[in-house]
Ligand binder design. Structure first.
Ligand code: L0P
Length: 763
């Protein structure tokens, strides 16, 4: 029950009630002694949703009583002593239900809103039979007629031209009718231009003039509101300011690496400006990879924020980026430098001799010509011409040298000692020297020396087969992006022209050699000569070298799916966790696919063994995967950087792939075709475990102990017994007892043709 009590008491009661209801401040019910509700009573209940004040002799609700309760949805004020309720109390609230029944409401213009709400069934008022008292007579609210009660009608009339240039003057007239006579005002709090207002009354119509002088561009797009209100309710009209001003660049910043690289900028101007870019003074033609985008929802007033996006830019995109914006009233420009990648080919030629693909080579637009035709660009053109001449001379000189060199007998010896350690024979450098040695099973040193000592041997082969190292012109190569970095240099994805007659441009992988000195240049040359000879469908294809200018580069076929270890993991049971949901989850490899992969590597190994080439580091990380599950042996010499945990560091810089090595290699550093067979067995194990590290549960020293003591890797869960038998054939302790790669290959081919049934997998 409700008793009369001072407001302070009500508040404590509301609070008390809330404490009682524990943690539900959105509900207040039956407050005793509540005669008035004012702003301060409920100012602390900003989350309030439900308010029930019934049978309380409530007489007055002030206009701003619920100013702080913007979430109010259900208000029940039934059975109180309310005579008047202004529209101001509720008009801004998202009310779903308002109960006002059993209040002695007095028929007046104050209730005009209630009548309207009831007519439109707002706040479910239609379901209540509300009435008001007029001279002690109860009148249903729906039939209440009040004279001189009309909502304000507001219309803005523009006295001057609606669109105006910055600095001009504008006049707006707000015409208002309504009864009783409304109060009118222009909402000018946010207007930045100078202004004056003037009121005139003619009959029952109000005219409120707004004079804007020296209009500011800051007010462009601002909505000017004329608002009026009377007892019956509110009314308003709005007009948007359209202030024209010359375009200006607010900022243009250095590029930021986001999803794509972005040159952030902001421009302001009305009419909307056109946006153009120059790169090194030449018009930038936008395309799928280089484009301007305005960022939505970042406009403040007419300011537009945006980005020039570049998808995976490389050194060819380095340069001066000039933003040019224009509108009818003006033009502005700003320049920043974009440095995306060191130019690996010509660090001293930042303008880039390599053609810039994305830029229009001959701009047709006259105005663009004007822009590029400046003294700076003329200097640029001259320097490019001089550069080209120097480049052509250098190229000719190198060609003569190379032709001479190819004609000579080259001494074959490669030293990758900085990675593999000088004290260690494992140096892959030497691996390349065992080509053509005999006998195949001998210790590599003996075979090697006969070959190295006999420089004619190798070049003899080259000459016979006319296999001089192919030279690729630098201007035929356009780098796309970096694929990786190793101790010796970077590897890039690139587009290469004129590689094959049927294909205009081809994707290639470019391996660069950084900080070349005389000795590394020689190694490079010898590696290139050897790679020229190693041509097989399951050895990564080597196209040639690019030696005109720095850095030296080798060009290989591009294998789209990267290294086999990564590929296996991406197609294994943990793929979803590893792939960071960037791509749809890939299906797991099937048994026939695994056998197909294994057979291809075996095929490459048959070829290498036929040349008495000992690989020394056969592992899935050193094989690459191309389109259509094509697998080839080959890597870019980065495994020791990328897969460092697969190597055991001994005596300084030597890194040994001990988990793939047989006991004799670990104990005596003996690397032979047979030690490659052991490694092939480990590769089979990697394939059938979806790329697990052999002995992953053991430390390097524990793994060495296990291998040298003769413990075998466990049979993978998905490995058929036929394949496990092959693994065991590779892991015979005696090198001579191991299977030969030819037999392994033919067994695998037979299994590819006739894959073992699933039962065998379990058995
Ligand atoms: C520095 C280094 C350490 C260990 C292995 C290293 C050199 C030039 C790769 C390799 C191979 C590679 C490509 C084959 C064969 N390294 N540098 C390199 C390296 C070009 C590419 N790795 O030499 C691997 N490799 C191949 C295509 C075919 S088959 C012969 O061993």
């Amino acid at each position: 029950m409700c008793s009369s009590a001072p407001t302070e008491r009500l508040q404590t009661e509301i609070e008390g009630e809330m404490k009682r209801m524990e943690l539900d401040p959105s509900y207040i019910e039956n407050q005793a002694g509540l005669e008035n509700i004012t702003e301060i009573d409920l100012e602390h209940y900003r989350e309030l949703k439900n308010l029930t004040v019934t049978s309380c002799k409530l007489r007055l609700i002030s206009a701003n009583a619920f100013k702080h309760n913007l979430k109010l949805q259900y208000v029940n004020l039934a059975s109180n002593s309310l005579e008047h309720i202004s529209w101001r109390v509720f008009h801004f609230l998202p009310l779903l239900n308002l109960v006002l029944r059993d209040n002695p409401l007095i028929c007046s213009c104050d209730l005009h809103w209630l009548q309207q709400w009831q007519r439109s069934n707002r706040a479910d008022l239609d379901s209540q039979t509300l009435s008001c008292f007029s001279n002690d007579l109860e009148v249903p609210l729906s039939s209440m007629v009040i004279h001189n009660c009309r909502l304000p009608e507001v219309t803005i009339v523009s006295k001057s031209k609606h669109t105006i240039q910055e600095g001009g003057n504008l006049t707006f007239e707000c015409v208002v009718t309504g009864s009783p006579t409304p109060n009118v005002r222009w909402r000018t709090e946010e207007v930045q231009s100078s202004f004056l207002t003037q009121e005139r009354i003619s009959g029952s119509t109000l005219h409120l003039l707004l004079f804007l002088t020296n209009v500011s561009s800051h007010d462009n797009l601002h909505n000017l509101t004329c608002e009026a209100e009377n007892q019956a309710g509110p009314g308003e009209d709005m007009v948007q300011l359209d202030i024209e001003f010359p375009v200006r660049i607010i900022f243009l910043r250095d590029p930021e690496p986001q999803h794509h690289w972005c040159f952030p900028f902001a421009v302001d101007g009305n009419p909307e400006p056109t946006i153009k870019w120059l790169v090194n003074g030449k018009k930038l033609i936008e395309n799928l990879y280089t484009y301007t985008q305005l960022i939505p929802d970042t406009t403040d007033g007419s300011v537009k924020h945006g980005c020039l996006f570049l998808n995976q830019p490389t050194h060819i995109n380095n340069g001066r980026y000039t933003l040019i914006v224009e509108n009818r009233l003006g033009r502005d420009e700003a320049t920043v430098y974009g440095m995306f990648m060191d130019n690996p080919f010509e660090p001293h030629d930042p303008e880039g001799i390599i053609p810039v693909l994305d830029f229009d080579p001959n701009p047709t637009d006259k105005s663009d010509m004007d822009i590029t035709e400046n003294p700076e660009s003329r200097v640029f053109v001259v320097s490019v011409a001089v550069g080209l001449a120097v480049f052509a001379c250098t190229f000719l000189l190198i060609m003569i040298l190379v032709i001479n060199k190819c004609g000579q007998n080259s001494k074959f010896g490669i030293h990758r000692s900085s990675v593999l350690g000088t004290e260690d024979d494992l140096a892959v450098s030497l691996r390349f020297m065992n080509l053509g040695t005999s006998p195949p099973s001998s210790d590599e040193d003996s075979g090697l020396s006969s070959f190295v000592e006999n420089p004619q041997y190798f070049c003899g082969i080259i000459k016979e087969k006319d296999m001089c190292v192919q030279h690729i012109k630098r201007q035929d190569i356009v780098l796309k992006w970096e694929l990786g970095e190793g101790a010796f240099g970077k590897v890039y994805l690139a587009e290469c022209a004129n590689l094959s007659p049927d294909n205009d441009k081809m994707l290639v992988a470019i391996k660069t050699l950084k900080d070349a000195n005389e000795s590394t240049r020689q190694d490079f040359q010898r590696e290139a000569e050897l790679l020229t000879v190693l041509q097989h469908q399951h050895i990564v294809r080597f196209y040639g070298v690019c030696t005109d200018g720095e850095p030296l580069a080798m060009v290989f076929e591009y294998m789209r799916h990267g290294d086999l270890n990564r590929f296996l993991r991406a197609h294994g049971p943990d793929a979803r966790i590893l792939e960071e949901t960037k791509m749809p989850p890939l299906g797991q490899l099937t048994l026939p696919q695994m056998l197909h992969i294994a057979a291809q590597i075996a095929s490459g190994m048959v070829y290498l063994a036929s040349l008495h080439f000992v690989h020394r580091d056969l592992a899935t990380r050193n094989c690459l995967v191309g389109e259509g599950l094509v697998v080839k042996i080959g890597d870019f010499g980065m495994s020791r950087d990328i897969y460092s945990t697969d190597y055991y560091r001994v005596g300084g810089r030597t890194m040994l792939p001990i988990r793939w090595m047989p006991p004799e290699s670990i104990m005596y550093r003996k690397f032979t075709t047979e030690s490659d067979i052991w490694s092939f067995g480990v590769v089979l194990w990697e394939i059938f475990t979806y790329g697990k590290q052999p002995w992953y549960q053991l430390s390097n020293s524990e793994a060495i102990e296990c291998i040298t003591q003769g413990r075998e890797l466990e049979r993978p869960r998905t490995c058929p017994k036929e394949v496990h038998l092959l693994m065991q054939g590779c892991w015979q302790r005696e090198p001579q007892q191991r299977m030969v790669i030819k037999d392994i290959h033919s067994r695998l081919l037979a299994l590819v043709k006739n894959p073992p049934v699933y039962l065998d997998i379990l058995g």
